[in-house]
Design a protein around this ligand. Structure first.
Ligand code: SAM
Length: 330
């Protein structure tokens, strides 16, 4: 496993499948850069080469994200290939859950070796859903969650914490996690991208969420080992099946434990979400004269110089980077 110069080992890759999304979420905007041409977007064979290098440098976990991964043409064929040829990885997937057509599809995903599915769901209210995502797919998203559970996938629900939009629904989310074996994680709204709508008024901090949670819901703290397994701090709901918690990239960052790398849909290696320092690897990965060893060298060097996002946050609280989440891969 490779280490950066701050002593962090990198074992987790987030691979963006596409920069397209069928939703226009309030916090993400989902609008791809119109100047990016199709040929500038990673092809599946490019992604496979990145995965080969990832394997050789000790990456263990790979999350497929985007944009909305299920919008990409022939995505199921790619998933099958990953299941057959890259089965050393712990594969995960992040989706908005609007394009899954049947439980059979999620059974297939499980069969291919995927253990879990992260589904974005910010509200249970259909009007709020329209307001936040610009769409009326709430029932489809819920159906995907239920199918996922039935298929035996570990379901994590990502809800972006938005004061004035979903802050009255904490108990509804807790009730959902009481009833179903899901992990609900409220993620602090991050000021990402030039067009971000981030404002202090919308910011609902992890601390406030947890304070409200412990006042309104009976939760049991998990043992400390489990709490630090990832960036989320999650709590079992007393007597319930699931857990609820927070991810606090702004108020209590976890940069000292960050083990992630991202490869954007344009084939740019992005070692830190908050830093626009990217390594343009598309031409390199497509160059038939260069071997994977060459790519490995560049990636290893980029890992060594992985920035610390918290330092950038300190400098500029209201806009951490220019690139939009839809292109980076959430
Ligand atoms: N289309 C997929 C989906 O909707 O889950 C994957 C891409 S989406 C960009 C991935 C995640 O990014 C979402 O779960 C959302 O919670 C998170 N996200 C996007 N913009 C964010 C922001 N400004 N602050 C916090 N989380 C954000």
């Amino acid at each position: 496993m490779l280490m950066d110069k701050h002593g962090r080992s990198v074992s987790y890759l987030r691979l963006s499948i596409t920069d397209k999304c069928n939703l226009r979420c309030f916090y993400c905007q989902g609008v791809r850069d119109p100047l990016v041409k199709h040929k500038e977007i990673l092809r599946y064979e490019d992604m496979e080469k990145f995965l080969l290098v990832a394997e050789s440098i000790g990456i263990k976990k790979v999350r497929l994200t985007g944009g909305e991964p299920f919008l990409r043409r022939n995505f199921w064929d790619f998933l099958e290939k990953l299941g057959k040829e890259f089965n050393n990885f712990d594969f995960r997937l992040t989706t908005n859950g609007t394009l899954i057509k049947s439980k059979k599809e999620l059974l297939k995903l499980k069969e291919l070796g995927f253990k879990g599915l992260n589904v974005s769901l910010d509200t249970f209210d259909k009007d709020k859903f329209l307001q936040i995502t610009g769409s009326s797919y709430l029932n489809q998203v819920l159906q995907t969650i239920f199918w996922g559970l039935e298929a035996g996938l570990k379901i994590k629900i990502n809800a972006v914490a938005l004061k004035g939009l979903n802050d009255k629904e904490l108990v509804d989310f807790a009730n959902f996690a009481y009833k179903y074996p899901v992990d609900v994680r409220f993620i602090e709204f991050m000021p990402i991208g030039q067009k971000t709508r981030w404002k202090k008024e919308y910011f609902w901090s992890a601390q406030d969420i947890l304070r409200q949670l412990t006042q309104e819901v009976e939760v049991l703290p998990l043992d400390s080992q489990e709490q630090t397994a990832g960036p989320a701090r999650v709590f079992q709901i007393s007597g319930g099946k699931g857990r609820i918690g927070v991810i606090s990239p702004l108020s209590d960052h976890f940069c000292d434990r960050c083990n992630r790398l991202r490869i954007t849909s344009q084939g740019r290696l992005r070692p830190c979400l908050f830093s626009d320092r990217e390594y343009k690897l598309l031409a390199l990965v497509r160059n038939p004269k260069l071997s994977l060893k060459h790519l490995e060298k560049v990636i290893s060097l980029a890992i060594k110089h992985k920035p610390v996002g918290a330092h950038l946050l300190e400098k500029n609280k209201n806009k951490v980077c220019d690139s939009a989440m839809v292109g980076i891969g959430g």
